[in-house]
Design a protein around this ligand. Structure first.
Ligand SMILES: Cc1ncc(COP(=O)(O)O)c(C=O)c1O
Length: 471
């Protein structure tokens, strides 16, 4: 940009009086010259302005609010690398305590002082660690039996989160899925067992299905699997992907059996950065007992006054989230977690009820089991509507909200739904603001004379795919 310079920039030049703020930001090459920290800061900050405010992002499951003390603790630990255990042994101890706390919350039968577990960057790493352990255990057993071990498979519902596709592709494991249906949107246990065989490394039920917010029935799976394993002689275990549910069920449904109280549940993963209430990235995996964690995956350190087993895909990782998790356990305790999860549930329930009252919408499930839910357009209303949920998503975005519209997984792919994930930081007042924005948007749509572009596209697709559920 051309600017006649009035004076040369110096330390007193105001950020917005500087030459650099008239330059484009670097996109390909490192700039030749230095810039003052104030200007560099401002240029980076500018890039983030048009983004959604994290608290208004109702698409994510990941924590967008922590209190000031947690934030302070985490900021103070921003320069600590978790893997440097010799330098920061107390971080490793706190990590071990978090694993212990989770293991006990999930009713681990393990007697050892330090339970078998691992910290990860999120549930993706945590799921992969659970998957790798199951695969290695299966391989060892096959080797010991003198049987081939080149065709492993993993069984779960088609409503899996993409991490499982990644895991199976990266480790060359066949992903066998039970298609979900409109009436059975969670894992069909009978069908899951029908596609198992001697090469099945594990079955993965989900507590807090990403697409719908529902829970697979782990107790039923465990019961049926027990009978199946006894009949076949296989020893197919369960890894529970409890990315969201791992921090909801123990507090809100303590009586529900989905965890190590069940015989075949050998490992569980969760996201500390989802309902664990810690900023990203933090995931946890816990094994039922050390014997289920293959030696190939772990190494022990003995300089902490005890043997602590370490497992992970990554080496370096930030320590701050571990401090945040341990802080939350101390600060909130069981009661505090229960109150916060219940509040998220109540806000989600309120939104669910209000959306259910609107004639243009229909909730997918009658009952909420996690603080999130999906809804779709009422089929009668849909017949004459000139808009879609994608239009609603775009309109809400103009007021800063991110409420995603998307199609359900395979088999239900022509059902467009919308999802709200209520998390700590979503108050009743915010819910009222959101609902009012939704109502206003719908009122505007109802004045439309002609269908929107997205409506035209939707009708074309619907025509091609055919309806998959009867209304
Ligand atoms: C069921 C489930 N598993 C795994 C993941 C991956 O979690 P992360 O984003 O923590 O890697 C998610 C994320 O939404 C999820 O919902």
């Amino acid at each position: 940009m051309n600017r006649e310079k009035l004076s040369k920039d110096d330390a007193t030049t105001a950020v917005f009086g500087s030459e650099q703020m008239l330059q484009s930001a670097p996109t390909e090459f490192i700039p030749q010259h230095k810039t003052t920290p104030e200007i560099a800061y401002q240029m980076v900050k500018e890039e983030t302005y048009p983004q959604t405010q994290p608290r208004l992002n109702l698409a994510t499951f990941v924590t967008t609010y922590m209190d000031d003390y947690a934030t302070r603790l985490m900021n103070e630990a921003i320069n600590v690398n978790y893997i440097d255990e010799t330098e920061y042994p107390r971080v490793a101890v706190m990590c071990g305590r978090c694993i212990n706390i989770l293991a006990n919350l999930w009713h681990s039968p393990e007697k050892a002082q330090w339970k078998a577990g691992a910290v990860g960057i999120g549930s993706s790493e945590a799921c992969m660690l659970g998957g790798v352990a199951a695969w290695l255990r299966w391989r060892e057993r096959r080797k010991a039996q003198g049987k081939p071990y080149d065709k492993p498979n993993l069984v779960m519902s088609s409503a899996y989160q993409v991490v499982w596709e990644k895991f199976c592709q990266l480790w060359q494991i066949e992903l066998r899925t039970v298609p979900v249906s409109f009436d059975k949107p969670t894992l069909d246990v009978k069908k899951a067992l029908e596609i198992c065989d001697e090469n099945t490394i594990c079955i993965v039920p989900i507590a807090g299905v990403t697409w719908t917010g529902l829970n697979d029935n782990v107790e039923e799976l465990d019961r049926e699997l027990d009978a199946y394993n006894r009949k076949t002689g296989y020893e197919i275990p369960i890894h529970v992907d409890a990315a969201s549910g791992g921090f909801i069920l123990p507090f809100l449904k303590p009586e529900e059996k989905w965890d190590f109280r069940l015989k075949w549940v050998l490992s569980i993963s969760t996201s500390g950065h989802k309902y664990g209430l810690v900023y990203p990235g933090l995931g946890w995996t816990v094994w039922r007992d050390k014997k289920y964690l293959p030696g190939d995956m772990s190494f022990s350190v003995n300089y902490l006054g005890a043997n602590i087993t370490q497992v992970g895909l990554n080496f370096s990782r930030p320590a701050a989230q571990i401090l945040g998790q341990y802080y939350n356990f101390i600060r909130l305790g069981f009661d505090g977690y229960r109150e916060i999860q219940q509040s998220s549930m109540d806000v989600a329930q309120y939104c669910h009820d209000e959306i259910g009252k609107m004639k243009c919408f229909r909730n997918y499930a009658d009952k909420l089991v996690n603080p999130l839910f999906i809804w779709y357009m009422d089929p009668e209303y849909d017949k004459t509507a000139k808009w879609t949920l994608y239009d609603l998503q775009a309109t809400l975005q103009q007021s800063g909200w991110m409420v995603p519209a998307y199609t359900l997984p395979k088999n239900l792919e022509n059902i467009v739904v919308m999802r709200i994930v209520a998390r700590q930081g979503m108050s009743r007042d915010m819910a009222d603001m959101l609902l009012s924005d939704i109502r206003n948007a719908v009122a505007e749509f109802e004045t439309l004379q002609y269908p929107t572009q997205s409506r035209l596209k939707y009708e074309k697709q619907e025509h091609q795919l055919g309806k998959v559920f009867t209304h």
